[in-house]
Design a protein around this ligand. Structure first.
Ligand SMILES: Cc1ncc(COP(=O)(O)O)c(C=O)c1O
Length: 410
């Protein structure tokens, strides 16, 4: 028999839509921290984007009861009617915004809400304005969807907040969305009514621009900060706004994977089209748990918030005692985003010059086994993010190690 030439096996080549998307720096740091832990080193990881508390008992019980009732099948595509009703009531009760049930969508985490929304609305080249520092997933999702993230640096001097003149300058005929996140991951900065008002006035003057707001950390705000969502302040924007929220952070339910949003019916329907071919409905059991989270007792939130606030104060005060570090007091979330500008140009005991925030955070991991994330991972340098969703004892130890490592730089 004649030999048949077999063509060589083609090597894997990723699709161009993900060509510019690298492995997340946060994941890389996490992997390095885990590797060091495996070597037996006393690593403290201050990188977690999730509360260290457990999901409240009543929520777990609601999930168990749903299983026992046989609620283990597909539900309506983008959320059961009961959960959509609970979400609509939450928006009315807590935010003063009226969404009809068909203006609500539920997905497998707020991340899927973002993905559905961009996938359903972005054409190649459409621009999305994002103030930086920003949650890295935003730009990656936008790029996967063919859009162009337009990053506007908003440093500590501006309270890490976008201002009206910067927004005005960034808007072009190609702007599709402005994406605002308050309180913010990673900066913890939040927009009050007076911060939002001038931005909303700019948007009123540009009717082709849509507003996406990520209110994920709504319940984690401190002191007398008044949380407010833009659509409540400016109902005229409701017909071109998507208000995103979820149960992950407030109710310590990151693993349950439920996020939701309110928005105009046409957008909500288009998002359901994407979800229908990606994941179908979110987990039926998690939806039952989310109904209890939204409708059940809310009093535990105050205790958890008080605990986060003590940790925030501990971290901010310890950081500000370190020569070379400056930390603004964040209004919310469970992150600090401190400047390490004063460290740039200093030299480590083994003669290496600190040139960037990544050099500084690498140095902390390598010398004192504390893992924090450089600002460059969130689009703004030279800063570093600490997640204080961990015990006060661990935070105290980590901060004393950071202080010692910093003092050893000359
Ligand atoms: C600002 C922000 N939005 C959305 C999410 C996504 O939350 P989830 O997909 O767990 O609902 C996160 C998670 O870290 C976040 O920090």
């Amino acid at each position: 028999m004649a030999d048949i030439a077999v063509p060589p096996v083609a090597e894997f080549r990723s699709a161009s839509r993900i060509a510019s998307i690298g492995v997340s720096k946060i994941l890389m740091i996490g992997a390095r921290a885990v590797a060091r832990k495996r070597e037996g080193r006393p690593v403290i990881v201050l990188g977690a984007g999730e509360p260290d508390f457990d999901t409240p008992e009543n929520i777990k019980e609601a999930a168990k009861a749903a299983i026992d009732r046989g609620e283990t099948k597909y539900t309506a595509l983008d959320g059961s009617p009961e959960l959509k009703k609970a979400v609509a009531e939450k928006f009315r009760r807590e935010n003063g915004v009226d969404y009809a049930v068909d203006e609500i969508t539920v997905a497998t985490g707020a991340k899927q809400i973002l993905f559905n929304a961009f996938m359903a609305s972005i054409d190649p080249g459409d621009e999305v304005i994002i103030p930086t520092p920003y949650w890295t997933s935003y730009s990656d999702i936008i790029e996967i969807c063919g859009g162009v993230p337009v990053l506007i640096p908003c440093d500590a001097a501006s309270g890490f907040r976008l201002t009206a003149d910067r927004l005005e300058k960034a808007i072009t005929p190609k702007t599709k969305w402005v994406l605002l996140n308050s309180p913010s991951n990673p900066s913890g900065a939040a927009y009050g009514e007076a911060d939002y008002r001038p931005l909303l006035d700019v948007l009123l003057r540009h009717p082709h621009v849509w507003l996406m707001v990520d209110d994920m950390y709504e319940h984690i705000v401190y002191d007398d900060f008044d949380f407010v969502t833009p659509v409540a302040l400016e109902p005229a924007l409701k017909s071109r706004a998507l208000t995103i929220n979820g149960v992950s952070k407030a109710y310590a339910m990151t693993g349950w994977r439920i996020g939701y949003a309110g928005g105009p019916k046409a957008l909500i329907k288009a998002m359901a089209v994407i979800q229908s071919q990606a994941t179908s409905c979110p987990s039926s059991v998690s939806q039952a748990a989310a109904i209890e989270a939204l409708n059940g007792p809310q009093d535990f939130l105050a205790d958890r918030k008080a605990s986060f606030r003590r940790r925030r104060d501990l971290v901010v005060s310890a950081l500000n005692k370190i020569d070379g570090i400056e930390c603004r007091v964040p209004e919310g979330a469970f992150y600090t985003f401190a400047s390490c500008k004063g460290m740039i140009g200093r030299t480590t005991p083994d003669g290496k010059r600190i040139e960037s925030d990544t050099d500084f955070t690498d140095y902390l991991l390598e010398t004192v086994d504390v893992a924090v994330v450089p600002g460059s991972a969130f689009g703004l340098s030279p800063y570093f993010r600490i997640s204080y969703a961990t015990s006060e004892a661990e935070l105290t130890e980590a901060l004393s190690r950071i202080a010692a490592a910093s003092a050893a730089l000359v």
